[in-house]
Every structure is written in structure tokens, then in C-alpha cells.
Design a protein around this ligand. Structure first.
Ligand SMILES: NC(=O)c1ccc[n+]([C@@H]2O[C@H](COP(=O)([O-])OP(=O)(O)OC[C@H]3O[C@@H](n4cnc5c(N)ncnc54)[C@H](O)[C@@H]3O)[C@@H](O)[C@H]2O)c1
Length: 407
């Protein structure tokens, strides 16, 4: 959906459905719910986070998402969007979608506890004939296991897994642009999921449930490993005092075989590392590429500080991090490597200052204060505000972002 379309009147599907989204106040659930309302469905966001639901009910987005500021008030005005903390509301729905977080535990193994608890709640309130769609990223085999549990209890609902593949912040643009991967525990479940997602007007690609689960994990692990290649090359270039960005430009310029070569930079955020670890863990830690990628990507903040120490006595200096979100133009600090960098710097420097235009934190200071008071600047997130930032202080920019002209 482009911005013009977001301002246009809502469309109406032939068969409007009642849809509940569990985890509906989150980064996947809320935009998905808004897109479904925009298609003409009636959506209930079921979430335990009461304060987040209150913000949504008041017509405010709790996080930034392109086009959502237009779609949210419209969904509320049309009466198609509802918020609830009560799982009993599930019983009146045609479709139940699950978008809760699926984290790894302290040992980097998949943690199924929260997922299983939610499912136990769901089972209390389903009725025969409903379609249950798992949209959270799950470990290989979770959907089949769920199908077995549901069959054992004779709940007579169709179970499907349809992974979310949007980039956070761009969901409302991408939901109507990306082909949808769908799968089901039975042919009927898969077909119903395919019919449901066809409302977004894109191609539907059917897979078995384990293929769809692996497909999603392969996607995130591939991206994570790909970033680590560039980060490792960046560190190598530094060892030779060579300019990684000049090399990057030279070897990608009019050379299509390097199209997939990523920029160097922090590979943080709630999904890439977590999903790579899920895949590694479920394969007896045999995904050595993924584990090596973790060592490289997670090692980048420490590498930056070690390099700085070669030229500076940090113990007397104030170092500043520009951008604390996990990626550029985003307000989400989850698993951002800027925080890891802050930790390492805190051990080494006199003072560490942080700023971010998208994140409210009593710990952060303004960009002006930063430019004024710091001795060294380090770019942590590629926010547009920092493009072309003017300073006479040393600026460490692993991403090569501040000097780049293109958007
Ligand atoms: N963030 C992304 O860009 C993205 C993209 C693709 C896939 N995913 C996957 O989607 C899933 C959700 O990610 P997210 O970023 O939206 O997480 P999130 O933390 O933003 O949202 C999860 C929501 O679930 C709610 N919740 C937790 N436990 C609950 C319960 N028992 N009952 C009801 N609600 C509950 C939370 O309050 C929260 O609002 C994860 O599996 C993630 O890997 C995320």
C-alpha cells in the first residue's frame, strides 16, 4: 500500500471476517490488524499489554510505522478495530492469528513456554470451524506439534503457519507487496489460509508447515550471516588501515555479481540473531556459519572500542553514540548493539553520552549537547538526521552512512 492508497477510502472484501490477533498490540500484530481492517475485516487485538492497548484505542500509534497514522484512526472510526485483554473474545471469531514474541532463552535455545501457555488459553475458547494462523516465527516442527495437540483434543479447528516477512516499520507498505508464504497441517487449513491472504492481492506460495518454518528462519539467518561477511571484511580492512567504504564502492560499482554484498554495520534487532540461534539450536548447534556470524556481529562494538584505544587514551575522554535504535529511522531499541557499545565504552571512557531522536529516555541528551561536549562520536544507527552531520570531532562511522549522499 503506497501513501496515496493509505489516504484513499477503505476497500471491502467479498467476505468480511471477524479476526482476532493475539499479540495484536505488537510490531507485527498491530500493522497486520490495520491492514486487515483496511481490507474490510473486523479485527480484535488481544494483548496483555493494557497500556499499549489504551494508546491504540486513543488513536495513537505506540511505535512508528509508515502509513499507520492514517489507518489507525480510520479503523477505529469505522468500528472495525477493537482491543481486548480477554481471551474469551476468541470464541466469536472466524480467524485467530498469533503474533506473540517467540524468544530464545538465556542459553540461546528456543523458549516455548510463553507460546505453549498462550495456546492453552486459546484452546479454552475456540469453537469448531475456526482457522488458527500462526504468524510468529516458530521453530521447525512447532506447527505440526500444535496440529497434533488440537487433533488429540478434537477441537476441530484448522491450523496454519504463515510467516511474517515484513521489515519492521514498513509493514503496511510490504504486506500488500510481498508474496505470502502459506502452509497448513491439512490441505483444508492451507487452502483456507491461502484464501485469507489473497485479500492482500499478492501471489500465494504454498509450502508444507516445516518448509514454511525453515523458510522464515533461513531468510533471517541468511541476512544475519550476510551482514557478518561485511563486518568481518570491515575489520580486516581496518587492520590494513584501508578504507572499507572505498573498497565497497569499487567492488560493487557496475559489478552485478556483488549485488548482495551488504554494508558493514550493527546487525541488531529483535529477530536476526534470535532466529539464527533458533536454527542453530535445533540442528544440534551444527549451524556453525550462524554461530560464527554471531561472534563477528556481536564482536563489532568491542572491535570499535579496541581500535579507538590504539589512538586515544579513552580514560579521560567523553565518547558519544549517535543513534540507539537497532536500525536507522526506527524507534525500537530492542537488542540494539548501540547498548552493547555503550556498555563497553562505559568501562573504558570518562563519560559516555547517548542521543536518539526517536527514543525518549531520561539518559539521553540532545544532538547539540553531544556535538558540544563529546570528544569522539560513534554512529550507532543510520537515522536520516545524521546524514551529513557537521563536526570537527572524530566520527567513527562503520556504516559509511554519514558521508553517503543517496537516501
Ligand atoms: N518485529 C518484526 O519486524 C518481525 C518481523 C517478522 C516476524 N517477526 C516475529 O513476529 C513475532 C512477534 O514479534 P514482534 O516484534 O511483533 O514482538 P512484540 O514484542 O512487538 O509484540 C508481541 C506482542 O505480544 C504480546 N503478548 C505477549 N504475551 C502475550 C500473551 N500471553 N497474550 C497476549 N499477548 C501477548 C505483547 O504484549 C506484545 O504486544 C516474533 O515471533 C518475531 O520473531 C517479527
Amino acid at each position: 500500500m503506497n501513501e496515496q492508497a493509505a489516504q484513499a477510502e477503505t476497500t471491502q472484501v467479498q467476505h468480511p471476517l471477524n479476526v482476532a490477533i493475539i499479540g495484536g498490540a505488537g510490531h507485527v500484530g498491530l500493522p497486520f490488524g490495520l491492514a486487515l481492517c483496511d481490507c474490510g475485516h473486523t479485527v480484535t487485538l488481544v494483548d496483555l499489554n493494557q497500556s499499549q492497548l489504551d494508546i491504540i484505542r486513543a488513536g495513537q500509534m505506540p511505535f512508528s510505522e509508515i502509513n499507520a497514522d492514517q489507518l489507525l484512526p480510520r479503523a477505529l472510526e469505522t468500528g472495525r478495530l477493537h482491543c481486548s485483554t480477554d481471551f474469551a473474545d476468541l470464541s466469536t471469531q472466524d480467524v485467530i492469528i498469533v503474533t506473540i514474541g517467540t524468544p530464545v532463552d538465556e542459553y540461546l535455545d528456543p523458549s516455548l513456554r510463553a507460546f505453549d501457555q498462550v495456546m492453552e488459553e486459546v484452546f479454552q475458547h475456540t469453537r469448531p470451524g475456526q482457522l488458527l494462523i500462526i504468524r510468529s516465527t516458530v521453530f521447525p516442527g512447532v506447527t505440526e506439534r500444535l496440529g497434533r495437540l488440537i487433533a488429540e483434543r478434537n477441537l476441530q479447528i484448522d491450523v496454519s503457519y504463515c510467516p511474517e516477512r515484513i521489515a519492521q516499520g514498513r509493514a503496511l507498505l510490504e504486506l500488500t507487496q510481498l508474496p505470502q508464504l502459506v502452509s497448513g497441517c491439512t490441505e483444508q487449513a492451507c487452502q483456507r489460509a491461502a484464501d485469507f491472504f489473497s485479500d492482500f492481492g499478492q501471489e500465494i506460495i504454498e509450502l508444507s508447515t516445516v518448509e514454511a518454518e525453515l523458510g522464515k528462519l533461513f531468510t533471517n539467518s541468511y541476512r544475519y550471516i550476510n551482514f557478518s561477511i561485511s563486518n568481518q571484511f570491515y575489520m580486516l580492512a581496518q587492520r590494513y588501515d584501508a578504507d572499507f567504504d572505498r573498497i565497497y564502492h569499487a567492488i560493487t560499482y557496475r559489478y552485478p555479481r556483488m549485488n548482495g554484498f551488504a554494508r558493514a554495520g550493527f546487525a541488531g534487532g529483535p529477530c536476526l540473531l534470535k532466529d539464527t540461534m533458533q536454527l542453530a539450536s535445533f540442528n544440534h548447534n551444527l549451524l556453525t556459519l550462524g554461530q560464527t556470524a554471531m561472534a563477528v556481529n556481536e564482536g563489532l562494538p568491542g572491535f570499535i572500542v579496541e581500535r579507538l584505544k590504539k589512538d586515544h587514551d579513552l580514560t579521560g575522554l567523553t565518547v558519544e553514540i549517535l543513534g540507539m535504535a537497532f536500525k536507522g529511522n526506527c524507534d525500537d531499541p530492542r537488542s540494539s548493539l548501540s547498548y552493547k557499545l555503550r556498555k563497553v565504552l562505559t568501562l573504558e571512557c570518562r563519560r559516555v553520552l547517548c542521543t536518539d531522536p526517536f527514543i525518549n529516555s531520561p539518559d539521553f541528551v540532545s544532538l547539540e549537547t553531544i556535538l558540544d561536549e563529546s570528544d569522539i562520536l560513534i554512529l550507532g544507527a543510520c537515522h536520516d538526521d545524521y546524514r551529513g552531520v557537521q563536526t570537527t570531532k572524530p566520527l567513527i562511522d562503520v556504516f559509511g552512512f554519514t558521508a553517503r549522499q543517496e537516501p
